[in-house]
Design a protein around this ligand. Structure first.
Ligand code: OGA
Ligand code: CA
Ligand code: FE2
Length: 493
């Protein structure tokens, strides 16, 4: 068809004068004989084919659009009774390995602002709004009732809350010794742009946290001044200047200064509430609702950490962090360490999903910030630019890409890991970075429900088998003391 048109356009420019008579039928304009190719019927046939072709393309587009939409709608409607098996045919070809009989469902975000109705409690529908796709993050207003919020806060008070972070943690020196790197080697590793000088952000990118203390660019300048390391006072450290900044000196200076709670990574109190059989009905109801929300096999929610209840007083904060660790071959998850064959050098908490509940509405501040949510490009180094540290939730929450205002009863939830494309947990989602902004007025109460899943499918399965073989598998396999388990998990953060 296009070829035909091109031919006739070309003919229009010929001296035959056709160009001045655009309304004449094509055959008259063409200087051909009245052969079959130029006949009116040939033209009609070609036009019919053209229209059928266009209609086919449109129909195909409609089919693709509606079939994926329907799938989504079915998934939304089937929320509570979800079928956890994804059709085998949708997975990319997998390498031969341990057979998997479970595929984890992942809720689709569709687009930012998309709202899906979910059935979480009988006779009621909740609205679930997509807040970001990277990380996959949702908000559900009214997830908890006012009464439930009150009971959770009261149960936490009854149990007693402890400091989320102790003032000074030891062990940093040990780490430095273990590292076995010379000052030159460390200098070279820190010098990201390899210009032979250490800029403030180059030091902070690697040592934002020292002994549990959060360093700001100003702190670092104070340390330079106090230890007189920046001899030429240009704000940059040469290798010679860097040598003066020995670990010991650094540490002594910090201790001498005295550390305030506001200088810690986290300034809050928390406790853990067990949600298994025999626990308060409200806590069990919340667990059931979380299972329906996430559509995960109930056993995974049952075997997860207890509910963490957190209280931030005025001035409280939690600098941006990941709730979960990255996945390396040698990494073991805290929750499945029972099932690990060998002792591994790295242990981290593996929290596939975070469900964060707001137990009260905060008078001022206290938003949950996601500094890099839905960033098109994300570069860890650029998190500190021009002395602005995006991870600092006391100063720079206003520069975060996304902030969620705490509203009593609302829940937000997000995936800390990507999918591996085969229905299991994949890489850590670096965009899941988040923190609690400083509370400027009043108190902030939140609760965290973390769903623990080991990215190593085999280890997760072995762990589940192990706990279900425990003699007291009556209580959902949670036979170990949740406080011991949770305290360790907390310290991992
Ligand atoms: C946490 C956390 C965010 C907030 O407790 O891990 O990230 O808004 N909390 O309190
Ligand atoms: Ca440099
Ligand atoms: Fe967190």
């Amino acid at each position: 068809m296009t070829d035909n048109q091109e031919t006739s356009d070309a003919e229009n420019t010929t001296p035959s004068g056709g160009a001045t008579l655009p309304l004449r039928p094509p055959c008259e304009r063409l200087s051909c004989h009245k052969s079959s190719v130029c006949s009116r019927s040939y033209f009609v046939v070609v036009m019919v084919f053209f229209h059928v072709y266009i209609i086919n393309v449109i129909a195909l587009l409609f089919y693709v659009h509606y079939s994926s939409g329907q799938e989504d709608a079915t998934r939304s409607r089937d929320a509570p009774s979800s079928n956890h098996q994804r059709p085998e045919s949708r997975r990319p070809p997998s390498k031969p390995e341990f057979p998997r009989d479970v595929s984890l469902p992942r809720i689709e975000g569709i687009r930012v602002g998309h709202v899906q109705r979910v059935s979480l409690v009988p006779g009621k529908l909740h609205e679930m709004r997509t807040l970001s796709l990277k990380p996959l993050l949702f908000e559900i207003p009214g997830f908890l009732s006012e009464d439930e919020c009150r009971v959770v806060m009261q149960l936490a008070q009854l149990k007693g809350l402890m400091e989320s972070q102790l003032m000074v943690q030891d062990g940093q020196e040990e780490l430095a010794k273990e590292l076995n790197l010379s000052p030159e080697e460390i200098f070279n590793l820190l010098d990201i742009n390899q210009d032979g000088q250490l800029q403030l952000h180059e030091i902070l990118t690697h040592s934002r946290v020292r002994d549990g203390i959060w360093l700001t660019p100003e702190n670092l300048r104070e340390i330079y001044a106090g230890l007189q390391v920046d001899k030429d006072a240009n704000g940059l450290l040469s290798l010679e200047e860097f040598r003066l900044l020995s670990n010991d000196a650094f540490q002594r200076f910090l201790l001498q200064q005295g550390v305030k709670r506001s200088q810690l990574v986290r300034n809050s109190r928390h406790t853990w509430l067990y949600q298994g059989k025999g626990s308060h009905q409200v806590l069990q109801d919340i667990k059931t609702r979380v299972t329906r929300l996430t559509r995960l096999p109930p056993i995974l929610v049952d075997l997860s950490e207890p509910l963490q209840v957190v209280r931030y007083d005025m001035g409280g904060h939690y600098h941006a962090h990941h709730d979960s660790g990255p996945v390396y071959p040698e990494t073991a998850c805290t929750h499945t360490r029972l099932a690990a064959n060998t002792s591994t050098p790295f242990e981290t908490s593996c929290r596939y999903i975070t469900v964060l509940f707001y137990l009260n509405s905060v008078d001022g501040g206290g938003e949950t910030a996601f500094p890099v949510a839905d960033n098109r490009t994300y570069d860890e180094v650029s998190l500190i630019q021009n002395d602005v540290d995006l991870l600092d939730t006391r100063r720079n929450c206003d520069k975060s890409n996304l902030r969620v205002k705490p509203t009593k009863g609302a829940a937000v939830f997000w995936y800390n890991y990507l999918s591996d494309g085969r229905g299991w947990v994949g890489e850590q989602d670096e965009y899941a970075l988040h923190g609690g902004c400083m509370v400027t007025h009043g108190t902030k109460w939140v609760a965290n429900k973390w769903i623990n899943i080991d990215p190593d499918y085999q280890r997760q399965t072995r762990y589940q088998q192990l706990v279900s073989q425990q003699p007291e598998d009556e209580d959902d396999g949670l036979t170990m003391n949740p406080d011991i388990q949770s305290t360790n998990i907390h310290q991992d953060l």
